[in-house]
Design a protein around this ligand. Structure first.
Ligand code: SF4
Ligand code: SF4
Length: 377
């Protein structure tokens, strides 16, 4: 199965264009879900002991029903859909679902434990138009807690590096492997070595709440962050995670139920995977009024929340409402300059766009043109 580098590069550029547009839409309007997670099957072929999001018996959601739900999310204006589970690759028509997501112009993401990946399946996902695949790898060798191990999955990662035309993100959770915290660093290094993206989360309990890291785990997290490139990385410049890893709460508003939706296998809308049961309204009856109301609800779980993908959405809203403050919080310039750190390219661009006092006349022209292209003026 020959990999055509040109096709991979072309797809990467087109994906980047669509992602910039997604960000522009989020900056322009607060009235649509930026991100939705939707369960395609609750069943999983593994049974990690820390996981509360799977069973070993559920049937896949029927394909016709899945396509209807994708259409409903599109009608609400959703810009990114993540297909999740259980294990999504257990759905026999996953590629048909991915195609429907893409047909609506929505960014298609899937999460997997990787066990069922083969070169043929990767090729099918390429053809369906998948944009991103996230694989969680928990440890270097399988243990009683998790079998999502580098030793088992390394061949799958090599196939992905060779054949995938979508972006592959290897996600490790610091604190998940309590016996060997250094495993997370080994996994992140392997991802970088293969040219894949590496991100790290912090272990949480079943309700998405922080479990504080010890010194060794904190060191592992810092080391993983230092592997990221100087381009902007939310993982590296995440003010929420900086606080949480030190056991400190965050002050932020979670707009789940509006800007983020989690649709379970029964077709009900919940705030997120960790807060199922609220508001639990059928997606087919979920309206813009529901979104507006639920987005405003103050979530008591927010201060110690570790659901970073939803914080990323909140960051976009902060950028829209108070760009200067958001950028200052995201990348404290004085602290960075004192350390002699390089300002990431994307942060520099954001500063140009949102910090008028810093810009010369030529900069103002650039800002105006960029805002027009992004349609946020
Ligand atoms: S592979 Fe994922 S869904 Fe399956 S049990 Fe482990 S954490 Fe849960
Ligand atoms: S703060 Fe929001 S994202 Fe975090 S656990 Fe609560 S509802 Fe979920």
């Amino acid at each position: 199965m020959p990999m055509i580098p040109f096709r991979r590069t072309a797809k990467r550029w087109y994906r980047t264009y669509r992602e910039v547009r997604m960000v522009a839409l989020a900056l322009k309007s607060p009235r649509h879900p930026v991100l939705a997670h939707i369960v395609v099957t609750r069943r999983c072929n593994l049974s990690c002991t820390y996981c509360s999001e799977f069973d070993d018996f559920s049937k896949p959601v029927p394909t016709a029903e899945m396509l209807r739900r994708i259409d409903l999310l599109a009608a609400l204006g959703t810009t990114v859909i993540t297909l999740t589970g259980g294990e999504p690759l257990l759905h026999p028509d996953l590629e048909t679902i991915v195609q429907r997501v893409r047909r609506h112009g929505i960014i298609a993401v899937a999460v997997t434990n990787g066990y069922l990946l083969t070169p043929e399946r990767i090729e099918r996902l390429n053809r369906a138009g998948l944009d991103h695949l996230q694989i969680s790898v928990d440890n270097v060798r399988p243990d009683d807690v998790s079998k999502k191990s580098l030793k088992v999955l390394d061949q799958k990662l090599r196939w992905l590096a060779q054949y995938a035309e979508f972006q592959v993100n290897i996600h490790t959770v610091v604190g998940a492997c309590t016996e060997h915290p250094e495993d997370a660093v080994t996994i992140a290094r392997r991802a970088v070595e293969l040219g894949l993206v590496s991100t790290a989360g912090i272990v949480h309990d079943a309700s998405g709440q922080l479990r504080p890291l010890n010194d060794e785990q904190q060191k592992a997290l810092d080391e993983i962050e230092s592997l990221s490139k100087p381009l902007f990385s939310f993982a590296r410049h995440n003010p929420w995670r900086r606080n949480l890893s030190r056991g400190l709460p965050n002050e932020w508003h979670c707009s789940a139920g509006g800007r983020h939706l989690y649709v379970c296998e029964d077709g009900l809308v919940h705030y997120c995977m960790a807060q199922r049961g609220y508001p639990a309204i059928p997606l087919s009856q979920y309206t813009h009024e529901d979104m507006e109301r639920e987005a405003k609800v103050k979530k008591t779980c927010a201060p110690y929340c570790t659901v970073f993908c939803i914080q990323r959405v909140a960051l976009l809203d902060r950028l829209r409402e108070n760009p200067r403050q958001a950028i200052a919080q995201l990348f404290p310039a004085q602290r960075a300059e004192a350390r002699g750190a390089r300002v990431p390219v994307a942060i520099g661009a954001l500063r140009s766009l949102f910090a008028p006092s810093r810009t010369a006349p030529s900069g103002r022209f650039f800002r105006k043109a960029a805002l027009r292209i992004l349609r946020i003026e």
